[in-house]
Design a protein around this ligand. Structure first.
Ligand SMILES: *Cc1c(COP(=O)(O)O)cnc(C)c1O
Length: 376
């Protein structure tokens, strides 16, 4: 069987987890958390990186940090994971969904301005498949209207836009280290990148149950107390230890994934049209998070998925557009015309791509895809 994903393993994870256990200090913000955060800050250039239990938690922390309140509006694509919306709905916001571009499946930056009202507080670009949204346009609109930009960079670790790491371009960036992403912290995990230095102190307080424990640990205050709203947004040292092994090998992981990605692209561009394949704009570098293809219709896609399954190859699709889901109808509203979100998402299917994938296994997948199109 060729699965869709195998969680990444490097080999050093157990060694670091052992070290964490031996240190007799397993709660959050220990040695391995610090190492991971320093690694992110040095390699990606952000004011402050903080590990979190998940990208979902990072988005929730972000929504608290920018003071999202009942009735506020937040603009995002409808083609995304539920957490992008839920984090703001939990604070009482109304979600304003806009259409995606058919080439990258990212929010169509030309539609943002028309969706802005006096209630709009934030724009949430989602870097789908690790391919950057048009951040220059998004930032200039945000500046013009005084809006926050929260990047959902769950899939974008190690990708760049005009040389800047995804997650470091807006005011706040959110990473996922879930086992389906390129780098894992042992199944579940995430980070929040605080790019606006003015937000750092409060982010640390909200993350530590609303206390200034972080200042206490740094010797800035001599006791810590309840300062603000907050929750527990710290992962354990076991997760950080697992993650550190992966971050140390980030370039190797990235290169391996890109090599698989390019192999898919080269082989499948021989039989598919450019609009059926991922589009990577020139001014950015992606991280090979995902290789998807687009079929002629959702019916053809269903046939494709069962054809592949019959050969023991798992090819899932994802994201029923949020605006057409029950909670999306309740908490959100689609502004403008749904030209691409519903049609493009109904044609898209993802091919297996994981660090351990051998060229032989990939060859089996490519051969099966080609067979499907020859039979069609
Ligand atoms: C995976 C993902 C999330 C959620 O990440 P978790 O770490 O599982 O909470 C959020 N947004 C997008 C776009 C994702 O792909």
């Amino acid at each position: 069987m060729i699965p869709f994903n195998i969680p990444p393993k490097i080999g050093n994870e157990l060694n670091y987890i052992e070290q964490a256990i031996q240190s007799d200090r397993l709660c959050g913000d220990g040695q391995f958390s610090k190492k991971c955060e320093a690694w992110i800050e040095e390699n990606f250039n952000t004011a402050k990186a903080l590990l979190t239990p998940s990208c979902t938690a990072s988005l929730e922390l972000a929504a608290i940090l920018i003071d999202i309140k009942e009735g506020d509006e937040v603009i995002m694509p409808s083609y995304t994971f539920v957490s992008t919306a839920n984090a703001f709905v939990l604070r009482g916001a109304k979600i304003i969904f806009i259409d995606v571009r058919s080439d990258t499946m990212n929010m169509d930056e030309s539609l943002i301005e028309a969706a802005i009202t006096s209630k709009t507080r934030a724009i949430v670009p989602v870097h789908y498949a690790g391919v950057a949204c048009e951040m220059d346009t998004i930032l200039s609109i945000a500046e013009k209207y005084g809006l926050w930009v929260i990047e959902d960079a769950a899939q974008g670790v190690m990708s760049t836009y005009k040389g800047q790491a995804l997650g470091t371009i807006g005011h706040i960036g959110c990473y996922s280290f879930h086992e389906t992403k390129n780098y894992s912290s042992g199944g579940e995990g995430g980070a929040i990148l605080i790019n606006d230095p003015k937000l750092v102190t409060r982010a640390e307080i909200i993350r530590e149950k609303g206390t200034n424990r972080s200042q206490f640990l740094h010797g800035i205050v001599d006791k810590y107390t309840w300062q603000d709203v907050g929750s527990s947004f710290l992962p354990s040292e076991l997760q950080a230890a697992y993650l550190y092994a992966q971050l140390e090998s980030a370039n190797m992981i990235n290169d391996s994934r890109l090599s698989l990605w390019h192999n898919y692209y080269n082989e499948l561009s021989k039989i598919l049209q450019p609009e059926q394949l991922p589009h990577i704009p020139n001014h950015l570098k992606h991280n090979a998070h995902m290789f998807y293809i687009k079929l002629a219709s959702s019916e053809v896609r269903a046939k494709f998925i069962s054809f592949m399954k019959a050969q023991n190859i798992i090819t899932p699709f994802h994201y029923i557009p949020l605006h057409s889901s029950p909670a999306g109808e309740q908490f959100g509203k689609f502004i403008g015309k749904d030209c691409h979100t519903s049609t493009e998402s109904s044609k898209l299917v993802r091919l297996p791509l994981y660090l351990e994938m051998s060229k032989v296994q990939q060859g089996v997948v490519i051969k099966a895809v080609k067979e499907f199109f020859f039979e069609e």
